[in-house]
Write a new protein. Structure first.
Lengths: 77, 712
């Protein structure tokens, strides 16, 4: 929480883990798009490439939180 | 990555879903993060106030997110999805009438008293208001309840990880609970709150895709609801005429809805007794917001929690409805999930509790499935952590400090808090192993709620609003209502003339059978069974020519089993369970669970036959006694729980009032900052208009009314 001077805000931790997940899921989405899995392994609505756009959404959210709440910028406030 | 590939291959071999290395990597990263946060926060939990109350410095948003995340446990995601599958839209009431008015009441009416009294806990408030007796009863009962609920959380988590990943349930329980023990022991409430806020984001990001994709797949909301009502005839034939798509218009009588409840039970039982008890006096919830930095943040944090609570049906109720609408067998027929008590459960059919994992497997591919599983684990762990941190506070401040060691230093109590976190986790693990006793996870919580929490609300609210309430009134009202609750529970499960469990025949592993399939009514289904070899365990099943119990081997002439067995008042279909048998003519391994199918028992088969009749069975309800509590013998278990909660609240209020009228109240000077009329409340005019709790409470309440009207 922001109240203690030296404490890293919770929002930064959230941004970091969401960013990492965004990278992993976007990467998986790109791989699945370029090299589609066998038909038997495809989930319902596979053709929507949900992993790709949901991964990009996570990337955007994670990047926003990391940049806005990174410890250095918190200390400058 | 090699380790993860190996783990994925091992797990996938026997599990319902197949995780890829990227999924396991996502899960591992989550565990690393929560442990790292625990170690990082240890240095910020150096005093008792830091450990137990997170330094009382939280903002409204953090308090609100933590408030709702602590409630988003496994019992929510898995249990309420199962509820929606079983009861349709009625499953959403837990987020509407069963939550919103109570949370807003907590924010506007009760929070000022909790906050201004500077109490450590709800039992702590009782001590200030009524004295040591009430505090001790509340402290001990609450400690017991948090451990029980935490155990329920662990059990649910282990079950789902077993289903999804094929992981051993014992390993799941120990790995997750030790992780929680580490981060709560290190950072106390601060660590629990940090992780709860983190978990809130993961739960939503990991769960929201299922309703989005499911509704797209169903062809939109309207088509989904049409499919729900259409498929109910196949999935829930016993209540095929009940309305699964309404919130209120099907509550006119007990028989017109799948929950077997009427409007009175829903409004007064769920809406008043259970909801106000849980949200206003369950310390697990209240602790999250009374540690805010000021009263306004505590109130606004609670209101933020109410707004977020109304959104949870998106990721819980809709998946349950989607289970009715889009889960199909390979032949295009609706997939039928069954209750745990059904003979087919776990053999040929998945259960209600599996609805969410089945949807995850249907829609989430590699990566997203890992995120979805992480969301579930996060939900389980936030529930556990919430209970453990609340247990540590109440045990240390409301049991250990007043009853065992009154003169310890702050450092001593800090150590006690850390140790009680570890012990709380160990006790929860022990509870998890006893949980197989109850068939439905959520009903377990309901039972506990009406035992302790509902009477606690009656005692606290009279203490806050009525200065004439006396210490003796508070103590006896609370204690008698608890005993009354337990008595009601025992009453509905008591059978003066004996309860005979469902007749059941179980075939041993490796037993040989011959199966005849197909009749005019059910083409393809098993219509006759011939048991050729092995052992047959019979419970309450009479055989032609051998009506008595005992252990014997069938001699020269075969014996025959009826389709139904006579019980004391009625007859019940005989269930035949065959979890792992061999078909004699093809030598194929097979498993099945059927009911009301005749059978022949060949010579050479060993039979163990028992006839059971119990006076008390916690898994069965006596309809004659149910009628006394819930006004109708048609009332189902949920309805009985709601009515029981209502009566225990009524008893608590009546006893407290009557005893108070005949005993001496505390002088006004001792009630300052504790009772309405003797507590100076901060002026609402201070601060900007958009910060005012009353305004936002009004907005949330208006949204609540609109949702009820929309889905009436």
């Amino acid at each position: 929480m922001e109240q203690k001077e030296q404490q890293i805000p919770i929002w930064f931790f959230i941004g970091a883990i969401v960013l990492i997940y965004g990278v992993l899921i976007t990467g998986t989405g790109i791989l699945n798009w370029l090299s589609p899995p066998p038909a038997a392994e495809r989930v319902a609505l596979w053709q929507l490439h949900t992993d790709l756009w949901w991964g990009l959404l996570l990337l955007a959210i994670g990047t926003f939180y990391v940049l806005k709440f990174k410890p250095a910028s918190e200390r400058r406030k | 990555m090699a380790f993860l590939s190996l783990l994925a291959a091992t797990a996938g071999s026997s599990s319902m879903l197949h995780l890829k290395p990227v999924d396991l990597l996502i899960i591992v990263i989550y565990f690393i993060f929560v442990l790292a946060i625990g170690f990082y926060l240890k240095k910020f939990a150096s005093t008792g106030d830091d450990f137990f109350m997170a330094g009382r410095k939280m903002t409204a948003w953090i308090a609100g997110l933590s408030f709702i995340s602590a409630n988003l446990s496994s019992l929510e995601t898995m249990g309420w999805s199962a509820m929606a599958y079983q009861y349709g839209m009625l499953g959403a009431h837990g987020y509407l009438i069963g939550a919103i008015p109570a949370i807003l009441f907590l924010a506007i009416v009760m929070m000022p008293f909790y906050y201004i009294s500077r109490t450590h806990s709800v039992p702590g408030y009782l001590q200030l208001r009524y004295g040591e007796g009430s505090r001790s009863v509340a402290g001990i009962s609450f400690s017991f309840m948090t451990i029980a609920v935490s155990g329920a959380s662990m059990f649910a988590m282990a079950k789902i990880l077993n289903l999804l990943l094929g992981w051993d349930m014992n390993i799941s329980i120990w790995v997750a609970s030790l992780t929680v023990a580490v981060y709560v022991t290190l950072g106390g409430l601060l660590s629990a709150v940090f992780n709860e806020v983190l978990q809130f984001f993961l739960i939503w990001l990991g769960s929201l895709l299922i309703p989005i994709l499911g509704i797209i797949h169903a062809g939109g909301w309207g088509k989904m609801m049409e499919a729900v009502q259409r498929n109910v005839a196949v999935i829930h034939p016993a209540v095929q005429n009940a309305d699964f798509t309404s919130l209120w218009q099907n509550l006119g009588s007990f028989g017109s809805n799948p929950m077997g409840i009427d409007w009175f039970g829903m409004f007064f039982g769920q809406g008043i007794a259970v909801a106000f008890g849980y949200w206003c006096t369950d310390f697990l919830q209240v602790q999250r917001v009374i540690v805010a930095k000021d009263l306004r943040s505590a109130q606004n944090g609670t209101i933020i929690g109410a707004a977020l609570k109304m959104m949870v049906p998106l990721i819980v109720t809709i998946p349950g409805l989607l289970g009715l609408a889009v889960l199909m067998n390979s032949d295009g027929s609706p997939m039928v999930l069954v209750p745990e008590s059904d003979p087919r459960a776990g053999i040929t059919h998945n259960t209600f509790n599996d609805v969410l994992p089945l949807l995850m497997g249907k829609y989430l591919g590699p990566g997203l499935l890992g995120l979805g599983v992480t969301a579930m684990i996060a939900g389980f762990m936030s529930g556990m952590a919430g209970n453990v941190s609340a247990f540590a506070t109440v045990w240390t401040h409301d049991v250990y400090k007043p009853l065992i060691n009154k003169k310890g230093s702050d450092r001593h109590y800090l150590h006690m808090g850390r140790w009680s976190s570890v012990i709380g986790v160990l006790l929860s693990i022990a509870t998890a192993y006893t949980l197989f006793f109850f068939s439905n996870i959520l009903e377990y919580l309901q039972v506990l709620v009406f035992f302790f929490i509902v009477p606690l609300f009656g005692t606290v609210i009279l203490g806050m609003l009525w200065k004439r309430a006396t210490p003796a009134g508070g103590f006896w009202g609370f204690l008698i209502a608890i005993l009354f609750s337990i008595s009601m529970w025992a009453f509905v499960h008591t059978f003066p003339h004996g309860y005979q469990p469902q007749p059941k025949a179980t075939l041993s592993r490796g037993a040989e059978v011959l199966l005849t399939r197909g009749d005019t009514a059910r083409p393809g289904a098993i219509s006759y069974i011939s048991i050729e070899s092995g052992t047959l365990d019979l419970v309450n099943v009479p055989l032609y020519g051998h009506e008595r119990g005992g252990e014997f081997t069938v001699q020269e002439q075969p014996l025959y089993m009826r389709e139904v067995a006579p019980l004391r008042k009625t007859a019940a279909p005989i269930q035949i369970l065959a979890p792992e048998v061999v078909v004699a003519n093809t030598r194929e391994q097979h498993k099945f669970g059927v009911a009301a199918v005749p059978a022949r028992i060949s010579p050479g088969v060993k039979v163990r036959s028992t006839f059971i009749s119990r006076r008390f069975d916690p898994a069965a309800f006596n309809p004659d006694h149910v009628k006394v509590i819930a006004r109708s013998e048609k009332a189902k278990p949920m309805a009985v729980n709601m009515y029981s909660a209502w009566w225990s609240l009524v008893v608590c209020l009546l006893v407290t009032i009557v005893v108070s009228l005949f005993t001496k109240p505390k002088p006004d000077a001792e009630l300052k900052n504790l009772v309405m009329g003797l507590t100076p409340l901060p002026r609402e005019e201070a601060g900007a208009w958009y910060q005012k709790p009353l305004l936002w409470a009004g907005v949330v309440f208006a949204a609540f009314v609109a949702i009820n009207l929309l889905f009436w």
